[in-house]
Design a protein around this ligand. Sequence first.
Ligand code: PGA
Length: 308
Amino acid sequence: MNVTLRQLKVFAAVARHLSFTKAAEELCLTQPAVSMQVKQLEHQLDVSLFEQLGKKIYLTDAGAEVYHYSRQITQQLEELEMVLANLKGLERGKLKISVASTANYFAPTLLGTFCARFPGVTVSLDVTNRETLLRQLIENEVDLVVMGQPPSDMDLEAGAFMENPLVVVAPKDHPLVGEKNIPLKRLEKETFLVREQGSGTRSAMESFFAEQRFEPQITMEMSSNEAIKQAVMADMGLSFLSLHTVGLELRHGLLKRLDVEGTPVMRTWHIVHLQSKVLSPAAEAFRYFVIERGEGLLVEHDTPLLAP
Ligand code: PGA
């Protein structure tokens, strides 16, 4: 048997409409071209597929059988197409992302939900600071990064998805705890534990303090939000951190937020990639997922988004 898929496709259209004219319209062919394909199929199978009664055409018994099998073949082909698409993309894809140290407090929640939805996607997650994130993008080491404000002098595609409130935190027994609208000037004698150069939190803090003409006394610089929190809890000073990093400690009273004038300072989280990068289906799906569902999902998971 030397039947072609094209013959079966054309025949199925005629059988569905019981009309050569409508089948021709659907397939954007001329009517003689449709008739020719059906004739060739009849010749190959050595049966008549249609019979004509008056102006109407009907499927013969053999035609009905061929129609039944042609639909199964088409369905199988569609299934094959889907399996191949999945093999190439989403279901078996790889996703390489890198997030700012501060985004580490919510990125696993996003990834957890995404991976449950697409269990075939293998994820590698790196946590680092803003400067390294940008280098990783330039050197094409990652598909996507989650960071604060992306630089304007690079060709990046950035989707904003959530606010990032930055606040002043203090040890739980600090004398200013509970005071309202504390002017920054009152923190002149305080010591500050700050994030390292290159961190987005650090540069947000520096711009805020510069705007307010405030010069903090910096005692220690640390590259880890966790280390800073421990140091503040150990009474070593105050700090300026994202609310996302201190949710647990504030809830349990281990740290306190100082109600400093001008805070929270609001930054925005972005999911970013190089404009020139062609995203894989897995990376495209994750980007879409974060922009569309990120914030809602994190609210459901109690990630602190607003000052308590
Ligand atoms: P960071 O990034 O963890 O490097 O401070 C946060 C941000 O970019 O806002």
